[in-house]
Structures are given as structure tokens and as C-alpha cells.
Design a binder for this molecule. Structure first.
Ligand SMILES: Nc1ncnc2c1ncn2[C@@H]1O[C@H](COP(=O)(O)OP(=O)(O)OP(=O)(O)O)[C@@H](O)[C@H]1O
Ligand SMILES: O=C(O)C[C@@H](O)[C@H](O)C(=O)CO
Length: 337
């Protein structure tokens, strides 16, 4: 068992707060975007992907975010509904803001990048008045995502969501989801990330994301243990540092570390790994599994998503993850990278 317990009387398992966007993933892969003609449209944005992942795994989920009053915004809201996600916390911008677009370039399984169109993006216009306290009050877990801290008024909305989550006893997870393009300076970024992380029970990020938060000093060796230890003086009960294909490590306040290896994958593109890992890991915790078992499940979910063309649409069911793990054990799946 992990140290984390959930209030079983609450009807909603999981609410994510933050960005709802569109991914346009290149259809002609293994080439630069200059040579790509067609893209497939998917719902995107890290917290959206995680929430869709949790819904696919069978949990009751809801979302708090803002969409543009356009075809893309309506597509996103409908997709969430079709996946059984409660959308009462999804508001619509009325100022003419647009939907953030992420064009993904897949040059090779290990060389992927994202070209962002995020000027006047609706998701960053989420206001404090849009944060649905009623929905948060019904949730066992609330997840925030770092990109929503990049600008006002979304930044204040996230801090209010944290306040509501604390008030109503939700477990709070923070996926660092650091995207440099939405921020003005590294110093500003680290300031707000650190302020938010102080309030969270579970913090998930890559080594590079934690490096960004530690830019004011204190961990020159880039030690995962030192990174994690800092947060146990605040609210954290689990800190996970992800290392891509090398796997991941979790720390708990008693100083114990827990590791997970990655699963083999026929990688198409690497983005979406972190989101599917988060969904699988948090789902495992909510089933009362150990941290190791939850990390293993998250790692297998990540391998499935990176072996697929999309992030959101490829989020697996629980049966699909278990099946994948079995097939890996039998040696039926080997890595291509
Ligand atoms: N090439 C890979 N092969 C197998 N598993 C992988 C690979 N890359 C990532 N993973 C799995 O996904 C998990 C999270 O990956 P990573 O550390 O890259 O997170 P991330 O950087 O947040 O992902 P993203 O690329 O979505 O932003 C890893 O712990 C691992 O289990
Ligand atoms: O909004 C982004 O930054 C891109 C995401 O939409 C995309 O789905 C992704 O990178 C997943 O991690």
C-alpha cells in the first residue's frame, strides 16, 4: 500500500485542471515537418491526456478548463463527453481567443518535436470565477499541470483550484509538464512551479523539469534523492522523477526509493509517454496498489501510447495494459529503439 488514501465517499475519482488543446500529429512520419502534408487531429494538452487516460482506465473523471468558442473547442468538449468525462467545469471563452494547436513532427522514434501555435490560447484564460468548487469538492484526486501556471488569469485559477482541493480534502497531484514556450523567463517559471509544488501531495516530473525548479541552487549534483527530499518538508508524500527509457524513481518521506523499469515498445513517437505514465500510476494508487506496482502499470501504459500515433486517443484500458504486460513477460514485444 502507498501512504496515500482516498476518500471513498466522494463520487468523482479524478478531476484535472488546465489545458485543453489540439494535437495535429504528422501522418507521414520519419521525416521533417517541411515534408509533411497531412496531420490527424486529436484532443491534446497534458492534463487532458491524463484525464482521458484515467477515464479509459474506468474511473469517474471531470475536467476544469476553458475552450475556445470555435469548432476546435466544440470538438474537444464533445470528445471529453464521449469519453464519459464530466464537463460541467469546462467553460467557453467569449473574447475571441483560439484553441492552442500542437503540430507534432516525428522525424524518427527518438527524434520528435512539437511546433506550437499558442498566441491568445483560450486555455490560459481560465479565470478564478470559472473554477468549479462543487466539482472539486466531489473529487478524490485533483491534478494540476504546470503549463496552466504560465500566465494570468489561468495561474490564479490554478492556485484557487489548489485551495479548493485542500479545503475539500482531495489528494493533489502535480504533473510538472514544463513547456518553455509559454513562459517569459526561467526565473518566473521556477518561482511559480515551486509555489505550487509546496501544496501538492504527489509530484511527477522529469529530471530536466526538476532541474528547472532547482535553478536557484541547492542541488548541483542533480541528485534525485535531494530533489525529492525538499518537498517532504511541505505537503508531498510521493515524488517521482522520470528518466525516459531509463525508467523512473519514486521517493517517499521515510527515505525509501521505489524504481520502475520501462517496458519495451515499438516506438512511433515519444510524446505522450509522461501523460500515460501519470494516468497509469495515479490509477494504480487509486486501486490501493503499492507504489512499485503503480509505477510498473504506468510504465506499461506509456509503452502502449508511444507505440501509437496519438496521445489521447491511444490511452489504454486497464485490460489492454495488463495484456501488454503479459505479452512483454512472454517476450512477444521487443523494443525498436
Ligand atoms: N523510449 C521509451 N521506451 C519505453 N518506455 C519509455 C520510453 N520513453 C519513455 N518511456 C516510459 O514513459 C515514462 C515517462 O517518460 P518520460 O520520462 O520521457 O516522461 P516525459 O518526458 O514526461 O514524457 P513526454 O515525452 O510525454 O513529455 C518512463 O518512465 C518510461 O516508463
Ligand atoms: O500541448 C502540448 O504541449 C502538446 C500536447 O498536446 C501533446 O499531447 C503532448 O505533448 C503530450 O505530452
Amino acid at each position: 500500500m502507498s501512504e496515500i488514501t482516498f476518500n471513498d465517499e466522494k463520487p468523482v475519482d479524478f478531476v484535472a485542471v488546465g489545458r485543453l488543446c489540439i494535437d495535429l500529429n504528422a501522418n507521414e512520419i520519419n521525416r521533417p515537418m517541411e515534408e509533411t502534408s497531412t496531420f490527424t487531429k486529436y484532443v491534446g494538452g497534458s492534463p487532458a491526456n491524463i484525464c482521458i487516460g484515467m477515464a479509459r482506465l474506468g474511473l469517474n473523471t471531470g475536467f476544469i478548463g476553458k475552450v475556445a468558442d470555435d469548432q476546435m473547442g466544440r470538438f474537444i468538449t464533445q470528445y471529453l463527453k464521449d469519453n464519459g468525462i464530466v464537463t460541467q467545469g469546462v467553460t467557453t471563452d467569449r473574447t475571441g481567443a483560439v484553441t492552442g494547436l500542437a503540430f507534432t513532427e516525428i522525424k524518427s522514434p527518438t527524434d520528435c518535436s512539437i511546433l506550437m501555435y499558442r498566441d491568445n490560447a483560450a486555455d490560459l484564460l481560465l479565470e478564478t470565477g470559472d473554477v468549479n468548487e462543487e466539482l472539486i469538492a466531489t473529487a478524490k484526486m485533483v491534478l494540476i499541470s504546470g503549463t496552466a501556471l504560465a500566465a494570468s488569469p489561468s495561474r490564479e485559477a490554478v492556485f484557487l483550484a489548489l485551495e479548493y482541493a485542500k479545503r475539500h480534502g482531495a489528494v493533489i497531484a502535480f504533473d510538472l509538464d514544463y513547456r518553455p514556450y509559454t513562459w517569459k523567463s526561467p526565473q518566473e517559471t521556477a518561482t511559480y512551479y515551486n509555489l505550487a509544488a509546496e501544496k501538492c501531495d504527489i509530484i511527477l516530473g522529469t529530471r530536466e523539469e526538476f532541474d528547472m525548479m532547482e535553478q536557484f541552487g541547492g542541488n548541483p549534483e542533480r541528485s534525485d534523492r535531494i530533489t525529492a527530499a525538499k518537498w517532504f518538508d511541505y505537503s508531498a508524500r510521493i515524488v517521482i522523477i522520470k528518466h525516459g527509457k531509463e525508467g523512473s524513481i519514486a521517493y517517499t518521506p521515510d527515505g525509501t526509493s521505489h524504481t520502475a523499469q520501462s517496458f519495451p515498445a515499438k516506438v512511433i513517437k515519444t510524446f505522450g509517454a509522461g501523460d500515460s505514465y501519470a494516468a497509469g500510476f495515479l490509477y494504480g494508487l487509486m486501486q490501493g496498489w503499492t507504489i512499485e506496482r503503480s509505477m510498473e502499470f504506468g510504465s506499461a501504459a506509456a509503452s502502449i501510447v508511444i507505440s501509437s500515433h496519438s496521445c489521447s486517443d491511444a490511452m489504454p484500458t486497464s485490460e489492454a495494459v495488463h495484456d501488454y504486460m503479459e505479452r512483454c513477460k512472454r517476450g512477444e514485444i521487443t523494443a525498436n529503439t
